[in-house]
Design a binder for this molecule. Structure first.
Ligand SMILES: Cc1cc2nc3c(=O)[nH]c(=O)nc-3n(C[C@H](O)[C@H](O)[C@H](O)COP(=O)(O)O)c2cc1C
Length: 225
């Protein structure tokens, strides 16, 4: 695959085949992803790659706690709920996904079902928990670097025919993840990435989300016309 094919073809994948992903392939993808740049080459990221029984325990624990109304316990700062154009974009992609899945606006049961799917890591065969070294806590560089490596990871996965979705849903109940993934005390949990072979028949996998225009995002300075 060419670079453009990967960048333009990649979509978040939320429906997976149950087939396992070979460990050697995951290692190859991580090796590619870790070419991501980082602040002063500190490479603050670490990965817990989980499958099988431990992942099933995380799915069950997340589900149980979310249904019981246990408050979220992410290990990093979260801002205010989205508003204005950010909220508009959040709603727009949700509409695309619900539209593809045939979930009606007032169908509370199906909507709840969809949300719970996220807490189960979309039933993917593999989940990658991205953590960073606690020694760097407080500086925004480390989460930024984790974003860089996560983006590289999902693109590397796509280039090998694997699908992925970076997600917050998997780490909202961080004690569950800590326990079953055996996350070391010197690590802060940043994000999770569901990984596996895309189920081509799963309608939401076909959704191509929108992007604002370059002109909207960019201020060119000193270029003239
Ligand atoms: C930091 C981050 C957190 C995300 N959290 C979730 C999530 O919890 N659940 C989900 O379904 N998708 C999640 N996503 C996926 C985004 O919704 C998706 O990347 C965005 O809508 C753009 O779509 P695309 O990845 O298909 O291009 C997350 C993505 C990022 C980068």
């Amino acid at each position: 695959m060419q670079f453009d094919d990967v960048i333009l073809g990649r979509r978040s994948i939320r429906g997976y085949k149950p087939d396992p992903v070979p460990k050697v392939l995951i290692e190859e993808i991580l090796r590619l992803a870790m070419r991501a740049p980082s602040s002063m080459n500190t490479q603050p990221w670490n990965f817990y790659v989980i499958t099988g029984e431990p992942l099933n325990k995380i799915r069950a624990g997340n589900t149980e706690r979310m249904l019981a109304g246990v408050p979220q316990s992410r290990e990093f700062r979260t801002g205010q709920p989205f508003a204005g154009k950010h909220r508009d974009r959040q709603v727009a992609v949700a509409k695309q996904l619900f539209g593809a899945m045939g979930i009606a606006r007032d169908d509370k049961e199906m909507r709840q079902d969809w949300v719970m799917r996220g807490f189960r890591q979309f039933d993917a065969p593999v989940c990658v928990i991205v953590t960073f070294d606690r020694a760097l806590e407080g500086a925004d560089d480390a989460p930024f670097d984790c974003g860089a490596v996560a983006t590289a990871l999902v693109n590397a996965a796509w280039s090998r025919g694997l699908g992925a979705v970076i997600n917050s849903q998997g780490i909202m109940q961080s004690p569950v993840v800590r326990e079953h993934a055996g996350i070391a005390d010197d690590q802060i949990i940043m994000k999770s990435i569901a990984l596996g072979w895309p189920d081509e028949t799963f309608p939401a996998n076909a959704v191509v989300s929108e992007r604002k225009a370059v002109e909207e995002a960019t201020v060119f300075v000193g270029f003239g016309d």
